[in-house]
Write a protein that binds this ligand. Structure first.
Ligand SMILES: CC(C)(COP(=O)(O)OP(=O)(O)OC[C@H]1O[C@@H](n2cnc3c(N)ncnc32)[C@H](O)[C@@H]1OP(=O)(O)O)[C@@H](O)C(=O)NCCC(=O)NCCS
Length: 173
């Protein structure tokens, strides 16, 4: 099991196939996937196959990472970086509803942004969100991300794109 980042309360580690039940349960909550464009997994086995075929770590050297509570090793959700169209690096996150509003996504997102700039050498990281997804907008704005443009994302015509540069991130308090 490869731990990539540690924060005060969290470990961010690479996914493993045994995360299948957690990933199935996470995406089985309609509120969690409401603004993501993802359908739920049809079965735990389908989630396992997804994890077995998840190639981003090997292909790009980074990806989405499991968010694990240090205190009890509970799978809280995931957060991480993804190479998308036109070489853009996208920050994404998803948390079990039982753990919303405890600051976990913000804690993990900040660590991923710092890792992206300082360890992976990116110049810019973006975030994409549906405007109605208030919590997600809040997290991106708390990261110091600035509104960039509206564009299509995962089937949502009018998603809001945010971005932050390495320099702006360094200038944050
Ligand atoms: C988006 C998501 C990951 C946030 O996770 P989280 O761990 O609850 O986030 P945090 O606790 O770090 O921050 C949430 C912030 O939104 C605020 N918030 C939550 N719901 C809100 C609402 N309805 N109106 C206004 N603010 C709201 C919280 O108060 C908090 O801000 P604060 O720290 O200033 O108080 C979580 O809601 C989620 O999993 N959503 C479903 C998946 C998803 O949409 N992912 C993003 C796709 S772009």
């Amino acid at each position: 099991m490869k731990i990539i980042i540690e924060t005060e309360r969290l470990q961010l580690r690479e996914f493993v196939p045994d995360d299948a039940q957690s990933m199935f349960d996470l995406n089985a909550d309609p509120e969690v996937i409401r603004y993501t464009g993802d359908p739920p997994f049809e079965s735990v086995n389908q989630a396992r196959t997804f994890l077995e075929n998840y190639a981003d770590y090997e292909k790009n050297g980074y990806g989405r990472w499991a968010m694990i509570a240090k205190e009890n090793q509970e799978f809280i959700g995931w957060c991480g970086l993804k190479l998308i169209e036109e070489g853009l690096i996208d920050l994404g996150f998803r948390v079990f509803r039982t753990h919303w509003n405890k600051g976990y996504a913000s804690e993990a997102a900040k660590a991923c942004i710092d890792y992206g700039f300082n360890k992976l050498g990116f110049d810019e990281i973006i975030g994409r969100v549906v405007a109605e997804n208030t919590a997600s907008v809040k997290v991106l704005e708390k990261m110091g991300m600035q509104y960039w443009k509206n564009d299509i994302c995962h089937g949502f015509e009018n998603a809001r794109y945010y971005r932050i540069s390495k320099e702006s991130n360094q200038n944050l308090a």
